[in-house]
Design a protein around this ligand. Structure first.
Ligand SMILES: Cc1cc2nc3c(=O)[nH]c(=O)nc-3n(C[C@H](O)[C@H](O)[C@H](O)COP(=O)(O)OP(=O)(O)OC[C@H]3O[C@@H](n4cnc5c(N)ncnc54)[C@H](O)[C@@H]3O)c2cc1C
Length: 434
């Protein structure tokens, strides 16, 4: 049963009905002393003030998908934002006001009837706030840029419980910081985006046989050639999957084309000519239907690593294939560029605009492996990287922070942090640069 506290409304303690649900995230189950579930901006402000009075560390969660476990509260107060999940659209301006605890699947389903969409991630259950705070790389990234590139304003509550509006003109430094620099500056209670006129997209998968692991090399080379001068309406990811239990090694290409089937045809034909196709399923589908839901949750134990590569020539392809040929890693190579590069590299705290591709490695863990650990065989890729993407970091340590944010960005984030959260109340959040 939830107990009442006049300062913060209903609060949950260990053993209360919904406590378990609030403290369970993609990486496991937390153990905060207290969970609050605000319904309004003022509730968030009250919760922050109460936590400070009681000297409780604050952890914030929305979608709960932090791979580094940043929303898995160990102690103190967990602020579970998921009841702040409103989505209001203005059809005339295409502006969408989204609560700081909403998920991208909910947003996509509300926007669909209006013929609108926002480029987000690939998963419906990921939180709008968490993904946006790190940048946001989704299925329409090459056409419409990162999720932060559609963000026009936000409402934030500071460590003192003060409510601020953030935009290019209002608190512009903080607005810069929350676009890629993370959640350790303030809590976002609302995010205002400009949506795009998108209903259906061409989306689907092509599966390729990999009779030998070395067959991945020609596939990777062909995929890279298909990316040269690729139409920016096309975003694709090539995943190389090692043999697992009964399943042989194989490769999977996923593509999203913001246009008609006819316009996508030459790209699809080129992809199908890349290797031995086992199966394909590509169709003209509502954008909202292409976001997947992840089940089970928490996820199977896995460690992840990523690198943003400035180029994807022979050396980079070889490093990725060497890691894959160890047979221990699933590798996903994601095309970037396009609209991501249209924005000035210094305009937001996101630091990877010049990357050509992002490579994500996933290693399944046994029950005895430590969940938060570096994955094997990554050094060859890491030495070619320009940095890493904060949202796909599996381990939030100082090394990772330096990879995600170059010195200049870290210095600016640190200056903003000392202004907006001098007591380091928000210490444990996605932008662990400062
Ligand atoms: C299955 C899966 C698929 C993914 N797919 C993609 C993808 O396609 N593209 C992509 O870019 N990333 C993707 N990610 C990574 C994802 O963007 C990050 O893990 C992101 O941080 C998750 O946000 P969340 O709100 O779900 O997570 P949470 O764990 O709830 O929060 C993440 C961080 O943000 C902070 N935070 C959350 N809400 C707020 C708020 N309102 N105000 C201030 N701070 C807040 C939390 O304290 C935490 O530090 C994926 C991750 C998973 C596990």
């Amino acid at each position: 049963m939830a107990s009442q506290d006049s300062c913060i409304g209903s609060a949950l303690h260990p053993g209360d009905g919904d406590y378990e649900d609030s403290v369970t995230t993609v990486t496991g189950v937390g153990s905060p002393r207290l969970v609050v579930r605000p319904r309004s901006t003022q509730d968030v402000a009250s919760a922050i003030r109460y936590a400070r009075e009681q000297h409780l560390a604050i952890t914030v969660r929305s979608g709960g998908h932090s791979l580094a476990g940043l929303s898995q509260a160990r102690d103190g107060m967990l602020i579970d934002m998921r009841q702040l999940d409103s989505v209001e659209t203005n059809d005339a301006t295409r502006h969408v006001l989204i609560g700081g605890g909403a998920t991208w699947g909910h947003v996509a389903s509300v926007l669909e009837p209006a013929g609108l969409a926002l480029t987000a991630g690939d998963t419906a259950d990921v939180g709008v706030a968490g993904l946006t705070l790190g940048g946001g790389i989704g299925w329409m990234v090459r056409k419409y840029g990162l999720a932060i590139d559609s963000l026009v304003a936000a409402e934030a509550v500071t460590y003192e419980g003060t409510v601020l509006r953030l935009s290019e003109d209002e608190n512009p430094d903080l607005f810069w910081a929350v676009r890629g620099g993370g959640g350790n500056f303030a809590i976002l209670t609302h995010l205002e985006f400009e949506a795009h006129p998108v209903s259906n997209v061409v989306f689907g998968t092509i599966m390729y046989a990999l009779d030998r692991l070395e067959d991945a090399r020609s596939l990777v080379r062909a995929w890279n050639e298909s990316q040269a001068d690729a139409d920016r309406r096309l975003t694709s990811v090539l995943a190389l999957m090692p043999a697992m239990q009964e399943s042989p090694a194989m490769a999977m290409l996923q593509l999203c084309f913001v246009g008609t089937e006819n316009e996508a045809k030459s790209s699809i034909d080129a992809f199908k000519a890349m290797g031995t196709v086992m199966d394909s399923d590509i169709g003209y589908r509502p954008y909202a239907s292409i976001l997947v839901t992840d089940d089970p949750f928490p996820a199977p134990r896995a460690a992840q690593q990523n690198s943003l590569l400035p180029a994807f020539g022979e050396r980079e392809q070889s490093a990725v294939c060497d890691a894959f040929e160890t047979g221990q890693l699933m590798m996903a190579i994601r095309a970037l560029g396009g609209a991501v590069r249209d924005i000035d590299a210094q305009a937001t705290a996101y630091a990877g605009r010049e990357a050509a591709v992002m490579v994500v490695g996933t290693q399944l863990l046994s029950d005895t492996d430590s969940a938060q650990r570096q994955i094997a065989h990554w050094q060859g890729i890491q030495r070619l990287e320009m940095g890493a993407y904060v949202n796909w970091i599996g381990l939030a340590d100082d090394t990772a922070s330096k990879r995600c944010y170059p010195q200049r960005t870290r210095a600016r984030l640190a200056a903003i942090k000392s202004e907006t959260d001098p007591e380091n109340v928000f210490s444990d959040a996605v932008g662990f640069a400062v």
